[in-house]
Structure formats: structure tokens, C-alpha cells
Design a protein around this ligand. Structure first.
Ligand code: ATP
Ligand code: MG
Length: 460
């Protein structure tokens, strides 16, 4: 629990963000688009717990990876002594679940997930301690075709989100034997340039020298550029696989560059690795990373089962969407109902439910400590809600069995309010909006075909 010392107030935890109502329309748009795209490739969603046994990650990710060395939120369950960890990523959990439930008993599986991940990193733009990933794991597929499919799926998602300026970097890191030969030469090379290694690199020299290639230290770049390249150590099978991926991508017009220095943080990767990167987010420019991880299922005690997947950073992608300048604001509702008096309140509930039956979003004014209950105060709320109509019910309306309906937006807003019998309020409003009468049009898509919100839109 974090405490704001001075005020004695409890505040949120550093690096863990609240996603406020002003932000959620963008999140929802992202999530909806993701769902549609993954479904269109036949991927099925899986949801695994946020907490797993610590051993799952220390064994699965590799003991000397950044995540396991210093980023995990691990704790001992005070009830029973279990060693637990808030998941820092989801591949390990998904593979565990797939094995535990024998999901691949009748053939390979295309799975996807979305949710929060936890890493104890230094918070900065694009790097948080609770962040969100969407990922896909294709388990049981051997060939380069699924690697290419996963990549194309990402490309489609960027397109559907209206994101440009994300480029694909591709590499193959071969198999264990090929990496072994490369590693021997690499360590020898780094030892020959020992004076240029920073502390991190020296620590990794014998534990995980491949990760040195991934350094962000500018003073090491030149030396690292000259290091032996894994790609030159690939055997026949790895090369054929890698060429297979490239062949499909080229034929499908997915541009990429081969980055021989691209490696991935986790130990379980082999062969194809890829990253989607952008220059628009400063140093946190990787929005998605993935690759093949054929050894992992066996490491978890399953039968040897090849697999391939990716994970994307949702916060970074949303940053990019915001940078594109499109507006993702959304009105709170279609109709706001203002009412005054006990009888009026009961009638207001009836009218509101009928409008909702017709598919409209309705905010019914409810008593609050702050906002006054006068009609004036309620109409202010109605305006702020972005509703297209206010329905007003007071003593007079109850006496006449009618509501006053007032258009609030566009040219129609200058129209006077009208008396509409309670029974006809729904049809009256629906008539104004459904299927583009002269005045209004129903349009959920913008020029890109994006569904910005589920709301009715009006001509001005
Ligand atoms: P980085 O090199 O930026 O630390 P990573 O290699 O640790 O990334 P992965 O484990 O491959 O990242 O996770 C996939 C994606 O999740 C990343 O490309 C990034 O977009 C996102 N991501 C990773 N860590 C964070 C974080 N702490 N905050 C926000 N997004 C993150
Ligand atoms: Mg990291």
C-alpha cells in the first residue's frame, strides 16, 4: 500500500496506472479491434490467472534473463508458504495451461490472451510496473507458415487500428547447437574486447552472452556490430525454415528488414524471432515481440511440441494511436433523463427502461451530493453528457401523461422541446435517429471503417 505521507491518503502504486473514463474509449476500441482480428485468423481466447508458481517463470524464462533476475513481483503466500509471482508475461502460463488441460490432444491450437502483466522496472514513458499485453500462442505447428501468419496478423491489426510507421525486424536465432557454436566464438570475441564491456555485459559474458548483443549502451555499439553473427552459424534446417518465413512475407507484401542482432529476452526462443518497432515512442520503441519457442513445452514436462507466438505492449500501441491525432472521445449516452418530483421519478424509470429496450444508452439523473437536483442543474449535466436528447419529466408532464423531449445537438438543438406522450417517447426518439432520416444518420464508422463507439451519430 502506498501512502501519501502528508495527507495520510492512500494512493496508487508507482508504475501502476489507473485507466480513467477519459481513456477507456480508446482501450475499448483497441480491444474490440484485437478481438475481431484474432478471430478472423481462427485464434481462440484463453484466460489464465495473474498469479502463478514462481518456478514457472524461473524455469520457463531462464534464470539469467532480465525478468527473472530483477523484475519479478515474487512473494511467499503467508497462508501456506507457496512461492508465487505476479505474471511478468503470459507465454509460460498459457503453455502451462495448454499442457495441464491437454489442449493439443486433437491437433495444434491457436490461442490468444490479453491482460495485465507485472514487472518491477523503472517507470518511464512506455514502461510501467503494471502494463498490458495482448499475445498469441500457436502451439503444435512446425512450419514457417504459422510464423508468417502470426506476423501478418500483426500487420492487419496495425492497419485496422490506423497505425503507420511500425516496421518489422526479423531474425533467426537457430537451434541450441547452432547457438552453442556461435556462443563459443562470441565469448571469445567479447573477451578479446574486454575493456569495452560495461558492467552489465561483463556479468552476462558467461551467463548469457547473446543478450550483450541487445545492449542499449551507445559506447558498445561499434564493438557489438563487429561481433560474430548468429545467422552465419545456422545449419540447413534453420536456414530453410527462415527462408520459408521470408518467402511468405515477401509474397504477401509484408515488408521487413533482417536484423542479425535481434535476440529476445527469454531463453525459450529458437529460430524465428521478430519485433515490431517504431521511431515515434523514443527509446521504448518496441511495440510487439515474438518468435518461435519450440523447446518450451518439453521444458515444462510435455511431449516435444513446437510453438510460436508474440506479445504486444498495449500502452505503447495506444500511445501511437493517440499520436496519430485521431479523436477517440465518446459521449456518455444518447439520452439524458431529467426529472423532478416523486411521481416523475417513477415515470422516468419506466421511460428509461423502454429507451434501453430499444438499444439506446440512457443516463437517468440520480440524486447526488454535489450536483443540485433543480432542472437547471440537471440540464447542465445533460449537456455535459453529450446526449442527443434530454427527456424532461416534472409535475406538469406527469399531469399530462407526456414527457418533454429536447434535442441537444447540432442544428436540431435549436428546435424547441416537444411534448410527447410517455408511451411514444421511445418511438419518437428512435424515429429521429434510425437509418438516416433526413435529419440524422446512423453511422458507427469513420472514413477508415473504424468503429469509434457504439453510438448514434447525427448530421449537423
Ligand atoms: P523491453 O526491451 O522494452 O524491455 P521486452 O523485451 O522486455 O521489452 P517483451 O517481454 O518481449 O518485452 O514484451 C513484449 C512487449 O510488451 C514489448 O515489446 C513492449 O511493447 C511491452 N512491454 C514490455 N515491458 C513493458 C513495460 N514494463 N511497460 C510497458 N510495456 C512493456
Ligand atoms: Mg524488458
Amino acid at each position: 500500500m502506498s501512502e501519501d505521507k502528508k495527507a495520510g491518503k492512500i494512493v496508487g502504486i508507482k508504475g501502476m496506472n489507473d485507466i480513467l473514463p477519459s481513456e477507456t474509449p480508446l482501450w475499448e476500441l483497441f480491444e474490440n479491434t484485437v478481438q475481431v482480428v484474432l478471430k478472423s485468423y481462427g485464434f481462440e481466447q484463453i484466460r489464465t490467472p495473474v498469479v502463478e508458481a514462481t518456478a514457472l517463470f524461473s524455469r520457463g524464462l531462464g534464470a539469467v534473463t532480465d525478468i527473472v533476475e530483477k523484475e519479478m513481483y515474487s512473494f511467499t503466500d503467508s497462508m501456506n508458504g507457496d512461492e508465487l509471482t505476479l505474471r511478468p508475461e503470459s507465454t509460460a502460463g498459457v503453455v502451462r495451461a495448454a499442457l495441464e488441460h491437454n489442449l493439443t490432444y486433437d491437433g495444434p491450437k491457436r490461442l490468444w490472451y490479453a491482460g495485465p502483466m507485472f514487472r518491477h522496472e523503472r517507470p518511464q514513458r512506455g514502461r510501467y510496473r503494471q502494463f498490458h499485453q495482448v499475445g498469441a500462442e500457436a502451439i503444435g505447428f512446425t512450419g514457417p507458415d504459422i510464423d508468417a501468419e502470426l506476423i501478418m496478423l500483426c500487420q492487419r491489426l496495425w492497419d485496422d487500428l490506423g497505425l503507420q510507421d511500425i516496421r518489422l525486424e526479423l531474425n533467426s536465432i537457430g537451434d541450441a547447437e547452432e547457438r552453442g557454436r556461435h556462443r563459443t566464438d562470441l565469448v571469445a570475441y567479447f573477451e578479446a574486447h574486454h575493456e569495452l564491456l560495461d558492467a552489465d555485459a561483463q556479468r552476462r559474458l558467461h551467463s548469457n552472452p547473446l543478450r550483450i548483443l541487445d545492449t542499449k549502451n551507445p559506447t558498445m555499439q561499434e564493438m557489438v556490430n563487429g561481433a560474430p553473427k548468429l545467422i552465419d552459424y545456422l545449419g540447413e534446417e534453420s536456414r530453410t525454415h527462415f527462408e520459408g518465413v521470408q518467402r511468405i512475407l515477401r509474397h504477401s507484401n509484408v515488408p521487413f528488414t533482417i536484423n542479425p542482432r535481434l535476440v529476445r529476452g527469454m531463453d525459450y526462443y529458437n529460430r524465428t524471432v521478430f519485433e515490431w518497432v517504431t521511431d515515434q515512442l523514443g527509446s521504448q520503441g518496441t511495440v510487439c515481440g515474438g518468435g518461435r519457442y519450440d523447446p518450451l513445452v518439453e521444458m515444462f514436462g510435455g511431449k516435444p511440441t513446437p510453438a510460436c507466438g508474440f506479445a504486444m505492449g498495449v500502452e505503447r500501441l495506444l500511445e501511437l494511436m493517440k499520436a496519430s491525432g485521431e479523436q477517440y472521445a465518446r459521449q456518455q449516452c444518447d439520452v439524458y433523463i431529467a426529472h423532478l418530483g416523486d411521481e416523475a421519478q417513477l415515470q422516468a424509470f419506466v421511460v428509461a427502461e423502454r429507451l434501453r429496450d430499444a438499444g439506446l444508452d440512457v443516463v437517468l439523473h440520480c440524486a447526488s451530493a454535489k450536483a443540485g437536483g433543480s432542472f437547471k442543474a440537471q440540464m447542465k449535466r445533460a449537456d455535459a453528457s453529450g446526449a442527443a436528447f434530454a427527456v424532461i419529466i416534472g409535475d406538469d408532464e406527469v399531469a399530462n401523461n407526456t414527457a418533454s423531449v429536447k434535442p441537444l445537438r447540432g442544428d436540431a438543438a435549436s428546435n424547441a422541446q416537444q411534448a410527447v406522450p410517455f408511451d411514444e417517447v421511445t418511438s419518437w426518439i428512435v424515429d429521429q435517429i434510425v437509418d438516416g432520416g433526413e435529419e440524422y444518420e446512423h453511422d458507427e464508422h469513420d472514413a477508415h471503417g473504424h468503429e469509434h463507439d457504439g453510438h448514434i451519430h447525427y448530421k449537423h
